[in-house]
Design a protein around this ligand. Structure first.
Ligand SMILES: Nc1nc2c(ncn2[C@@H]2O[C@H](COP(=O)(O)OP(=O)(O)OP(=O)(O)O)[C@@H](O)[C@H]2O)c(=O)[nH]1
Ligand SMILES: [Mg+2]
Length: 454
């Protein structure tokens, strides 16, 4: 019989993701291509000593090899090409000298900018969002993740379809006239894309509703979700705490699907611990929207453990980015516990600085196990605010209430007398109001209710 503790994975096969879609998403995979990386930083952006490092890691995760880097600092972007004309000429020389297939911008490019750049550079140009979408597309394994990525890719591609058509036209495939076959093809593609978007949204909605039911069915257990910047060590921590074997890699976006495992929290009992997709600075909006179902686990958790890589030179910005995504998902900061991971590889001075900045944070090493006792104690404490430990005395004949307590709460012990039974149990906060309306029972250990007119 399936239990609430079993890992929930979708079993339905992927519906055929339509060959049209493959044609309509703007680019095929960039894996095995080689690229020049470009960062145009405005005002105070990209202050670190090597601001293109993250893009380089993303490129590596996508299977792209790096041939060179170009950085420009400007007050505002050049309207037509984002990068200024002098740097563009330098970029063109580098592309030709290295024989690159691809140029990747660390910025979000408007469709017209990509088009102008491709015409000038004569190679494919993609931006950061498209690179991230490419990684997700190549990694997605469950039906849900695939549908979510396909939706995000199509929504990203839709305003760029015109460009595909002009490309075809340039290659002599489409017609030249205004009403030529090229434009007809464009209209057909656009309509097909729109229809597929509607279908995908409806499939994802069904998954979303099912997931919602599954998540709320588990509500009687404490639920804890791991969130954090990609590569922070979330999966390593899940493995360490629950003795599991989830995929871990020194790579961005190693995890795309949610995994839930039973965690025997010392001094508390079983809780459900979930690991999910990592966040990144400026996570493409389409992706957040598409991954809402996957992140449902996160938004309904009793507590979030926000895992940060304390060894990253960008850790402060990464913590900030995660808070931004959480806010976008409607999750309150007060329900999260910040965990500074990888302290086995951090100097004590650097840790001191971080602890000054984040006084409530818990330093750990998921790899070596340092700090895990403190972490489990803090999780127990935080969950205690969400759950109440009560003793409820009632008649032995009250089978309905006994069943409710067993279903919604966790019965820790029972003590019988002739006519009564006392349940020592842990129940979620929300159940208290309901229990207080029951007749003929005695509740011990409940917090005082506020009094007065309200
Ligand atoms: N030194 C050190 N490395 C760690 C620690 N925890 C994790 N790592 C390493 O950090 C890398 C990323 O770990 P993961 O657990 O895959 O990170 P994640 O947050 O799940 O990453 P994504 O799923 O890609 O978002 C791996 O190479 C881990 O071995 C730690 O405590 N100390
Ligand atoms: Mg992971």
């Amino acid at each position: 019989m399936p239990s609430a503790f079993q890992e929930s994975e979708s079993t339905t096969e992927r519906l055929d993701a339509s060959t049209h879609t493959d044609r309509m998403t703007r680019t095929g995979s960039v894996a095995r291509e080689s690229a020049v990386l470009v960062g145009v930083y405005l005002d105070d952006q990209g202050q670190s000593s090597s601001p293109l490092d993250e893009l380089a890691d993303l490129a590596e995760a996508a299977g792209v090899s790096e041939l060179g880097r170009i950085i420009q600092r400007r007050r505002k972007p050049e309207v037509a090409t984002f990068i200024g004309s002098g740097k563009l000429a330098e970029l063109k020389e580098l592309v030709q000298a290295t024989d690159a297939d691809l140029v990747i911008f660390d910025n979000d490019l408007a469709p017209s900018q990509t088009k102008n750049l491709e015409e000038e550079l004569k190679v494919k140009v993609i931006d950061r969002t498209e690179l991230i979408l490419d990684i997700f597309a190549s990694r997605a394994q469950t039906t849900e993740a695939r549908l979510a990525v396909e939706l995000a890719q199509l929504e990203y591609s839709l305003p760029r379809l015109k460009r595909m058509w002009t490309h075809l036209e340039r290659q002599g495939v489409g017609g030249v006239g205004l009403r030529g076959p090229g434009e007809k093809q464009l209209e057909v593609d656009r309509r097909l894309a729109q229809k597929r978007i509607v279908d995908l949204k409806s499939e994802l909605r069904t998954i979303y509703e099912r997931r919602r039911r599954e998540v709320s069915a588990r509500k009687k257990y404490g639920t804890v979700s791991l969130v954090g910047y990609t590569n922070a060590g979330k999966s390593t921590l899940l493995n360490r705490l629950t003795d599991s074997d989830v995929f871990v890699k020194d790579q961005l976006f190693a995890t795309l699907d949610t995994r839930t495992r039973r965690w025997s929290l010392p001094g508390w009992g079983p809780v459900l611990l979930s690991d999910t997709v990592g966040f990144i600075r400026d996570l493409p909006h389409h992706l957040i929207a598409s991954f809402r179902a996957t992140l449902e686990e996160t938004s309904q958790a009793d507590l979030l453990l926000h895992v940060a890589d304390a060894t990253s030179p960008e850790v402060v910005g990464q913590i900030e980015s995660v808070f931004n995504v959480l806010t976008e998902l409607g999750i309150r900061e007060k329900d999260t516990l910040l965990v500074l991971n990888k302290i086995d590889s951090l100097s004590s001075d650097a840790l001191f600085v971080l602890q000054e900045k984040y006084p409530g944070a818990i330093p750990i090493s998921a790899r070596s196990g340092i700090g895990l006792e403190k972490l489990t104690a803090a999780v127990s404490d935080a969950l205690s605010k969400e759950f109440l430990e009560l003793t409820i005395e009632m008649s032995v004949a009250n089978g309905r209430l006994a069943a409710l307590l067993a279903k919604e709460g966790e019965v820790l012990s029972k003590q019988y007398t002739d006519e009564t039974v006392a349940f020592h149990c842990r129940v979620p906060q929300y159940l208290l109001g309901l229990l207080q309306r029951e007749r003929d029972i005695t509740i011990l250990g409940a917090p005082e209710m506020p009094t007065g007119d309200w």
